[in-house]
Design a protein around this ligand. Structure first.
Ligand code: OAD
Length: 250
């Protein structure tokens, strides 16, 4: 049996399927990943752009970089990987989608139960008074000021050295504890705690299905590894699931 068929069988027989996604899911939409050949961390220094210290030192520089990334996200469109995951949720198979991505492509594709571990690049937050709002274009004045208290506002993302908000990580961990199958798609699996989520499913006797263009830190515990682009592999899995569901109904 090929790996697409094997994965489809495991998915269709699952009681509680969850997914963990990373930057690779959005790369076919034109959003750069972090690691790898053309990854952002090859061209930019994380400690100058994505830490609380960097923001304190040079908020304008940090905001210039985030404004550029915001404009990429706003002009990107969901790809077949995002739509396939939304479809699996719609037909009741996928129960929760945990993502490290700060873009909104899963939501735009129609996914509902999305747990955003690393925040949301389209949210701007005031670190002083807590005011936050959704943006539809990059801030015109950089750095943006809070309309309530005039403090410098920050991107609504989780930076290196910061904690994921407790309610978000608790929700992700509780979904992981319930899962008997996890789809791990387009993540290098090196950033914690996200990278440890597949291990929780495995420890509880569940299956790990990985889709990636190359092997990763997760691959050693993957029961099924499918080498390929998320936007090509996931629609094939959906097609196979639909075929099986059709056969069942005959
Ligand atoms: P990475 O850039 O570390 O990894 C992207 C993964 O996607 C790699 O394993 C690629 O092989 C894979 N990939 C690329 N294109 C793909 C495609 N079309 N189909 C399938 N796989 C593909 O991104 P993340 O694992 O998401 O955190 O990175 C985790 C975190 O590190 C990010 O959320 C960000 C970053 O620093 C913060 O900013 C806090």
């Amino acid at each position: 049996m090929n790996s697409i068929k094997k994965a489809s069988n495991s998915i269709i027989n699952s009681k509680y399927l969850i997914a963990l996604t990373g930057a690779g899911v959005s790369s076919e939409s034109g959003i750069p990943t972090f690691r790898g050949k053309n990854g952002l961390w090859k061209q930019y220094k994380a400690d100058e752009l994505a830490t609380p210290e960097a923001f304190k030192k040079n908020p304008k520089l940090v905001w210039q970089w985030y404004s550029w990334r915001i404009s990429i996200v706003l002009s990107a469109k969901p790809n077949p990987a995002h739509y396939s995951l939304a479809y699996l949720e719609k037909i009741g198979i996928l129960k929760a989608l945990i993502t490290q991505n700060v873009d909104d492509l899963h939501e735009r594709a129609g996914s509902k139960n999305v747990i955003k571990l690393h925040g949301d690049i389209l949210t701007v937050k005031c670190p002083s008074c807590g005011y936050e709002h959704r943006i539809w274009k990059p801030p015109q004045i950089i750095p943006p000021k809070c309309p309530r208290c005039r403090s410098i506002m920050r991107p609504g993302v989780v930076w290196f050295g910061e904690r994921i908000p407790p309610d978000i990580i608790d929700k992700a961990l509780s979904e992981a504890e319930k899962a008997d199958v996890i789809l791990v798609i387009g993540t290098s699996g090196v950033v914690m705690p996200a990278g440890a989520i597949p291990e929780i499913v495995k420890r509880n006797g569940g299956k790990v299905i990985e889709i990636n263009i190359e092997r990763t830190a997760i691959s050693p515990i993957a029961d099924i590894f499918i080498k390929g682009k998320a936007g090509e592999v996931l629609p094939k899995i959906v097609e196979e699931i639909n075929r099986k569901r059709g056969l069942r109904n005959v």
